[in-house]
Write a protein that binds this ligand. Structure first.
Ligand SMILES: Cc1cc2nc3c(=O)[nH]c(=O)nc-3n(C[C@H](O)[C@H](O)[C@H](O)COP(=O)(O)O)c2cc1C
Length: 164
């Protein structure tokens, strides 16, 4: 059955599943690394665990997985340009952005939330790998700083539902 699902159709259907937009960062061999990740997810409160999936084709992931600390920059609704910047060639991603090292990883200013993680386990998940991570530190911006979403192949921002 699984063999009958066409990759294009898989992408089309999954584009109807909204995701967050984060930039996962690390310092590796004294160089900042950054990768846009929409699969970031909360997993467990006790112990505090979160995780994400990375394609095995990613060179950046091969660097991130060696880092002592990972940063998760949860982009805010006004940060589409930051996501676009982090889709440039790997060594051009953070260059002109406003960031600093915080808790051992690059922290981009203006995000809606910030976490640092350490990798607990990496497991194979088809053409991706799943990084199960310990949450080491976490911080949310003021609730008026709304998050950015990705849905239907495009960036989206949130509006209250009609029934509210
Ligand atoms: C909104 C958005 C979400 C993404 N989410 C993921 C993800 O969860 N996992 C992944 O492997 N790539 C994801 N990507 C794609 C990677 O950021 C991109 O392919 C990256 O360039 C691959 O790694 P590289 O640094 O080796 O080029 C996403 C891209 C966008 C624009």
């Amino acid at each position: 059955m699984a063999d009958s699902i066409d990759p294009k159709f898989f992408r089309q259907v999954m584009s109807q599943v909204p995701t967050c937009v984060t930039v996962v960062t690390a310092m590796v061999d004294d160089a900042p690394q950054a990768m846009v990740i929409g699969s970031f997810v909360s997993i467990s409160i006790d112990p505090p665990l979160a995780g994400f999936f990375c394609t095995t084709a990613s060179e950046t992931w091969q660097k991130l997985r060696r880092a002592d600390a990972l940063g998760v920059n949860v982009l805010s609704a006004t940060q589409i340009d930051v996501s676009n910047a982090c889709m440039r060639a790997p060594d051009e991603r953070l260059g002109d952005l406003d960031w600093e090292i915080a808790d051992g990883a690059p922290r981009i200013s203006g995000t809606s939330a910030w976490l640092t993680l350490t990798i607990d386990q990496v497991s194979v998940a088809g053409d991706h790998e799943f990084a199960l991570c310990n949450v080491e530190t976490m911080e949310a911006a003021d609730p008026t700083v709304e998050a950015l979403a990705f849905y239907g192949g495009a960036y989206r921002t949130f509006a209250p539902a009609d029934s509210q």
